[in-house]
Write a protein that binds this ligand. Structure first.
Ligand code: FMN
Length: 190
């Protein structure tokens, strides 16, 4: 799938929504304002978030935890696992004041231990999605969206949820293991 196929898949749901009236007939395009909010660690999700914000256009917001996650990948996974099991809602470093001006929210995140990342849970709980259109876009390292989308649905019962965009992307763990293999071969030759 090239960049334009990806963009078409992401932007199409909102365009369709804007162009079909309640009776199914066409109405004037009145898309309303859109917000792209996203969480990333390795920047895969950021690439899509920035492209969406440019193409739509939409206001961009990066979700960050107040207490940053460990640089070490495995320590990060361990904290993510604890937070998942506790259904934690860690404080965010900053927040958008309100989603009121926005009709459509594009919510991007990576999968953490098969679930919705805890800071995204915080973001979703802090805002009222009643009557909003929610378009999830998700990146994962191989194992798919896990339980994240059903968790998101449980947290946003009043939202109109569009078909999510889900894509496998490079995974830090795989890259680190390749680095380890390379380092071993270098060290063996020293
Ligand atoms: C803490 C943590 C947990 C992860 N858990 C999973 C997982 O359960 N399943 C999976 O397929 N990928 C998992 N991944 C891999 C990421 O979802 C994947 O690499 C994603 O594309 C990274 O997005 P980003 O570049 O926006 O950070 C995990 C990554 C991290 C950092």
């Amino acid at each position: 799938m090239n960049r334009w196929d990806i963009m078409r898949a992401l932007v199409a749901p909102a365009a369709t929504l804007a162009l079909s009236g309640a009776g199914g007939g066409p109405v004037a395009a009145r898309p309303g304002r859109s917000r792209v909010a996203y969480l990333t660690r390795f920047s895969n999700t950021r690439v899509f978030a920035k492209a969406l914000s440019r193409e739509l256009p939409a206001d961009l917001f990066e979700i960050r935890a107040a207490d940053p996650y460990p640089e070490d990948y495995f320590a990060h996974v361990e904290r993510a696992r604890r937070e998942r099991d506790a259904r934690a809602t860690p404080d965010l470093a900053s927040d958008v004041a309100s989603l009121d001006p926005y009709r459509t929210i594009y919510l991007g995140f990576l999968i953490w231990v098969t679930e919705l990342p805890a800071p995204v849970r915080t973001f979703v709980i802090q805002h009222d999605f009643e009557g909003k259109t929610l378009v999830p876009f998700v990146t994962h390292g191989k194992y798919g969206a896990g339980s994240s989308l059903s968790t998101l649905a449980d947290l946003t019962p009043g939202a109109r949820r569009m078909k999510p965009f889900v894509l496998e992307c490079d995974q830090g763990r795989r890259q680190l293991s390749e680095l380890d293999d390379w380092l071993s071969s270098v060290q063996a030759a020293l």
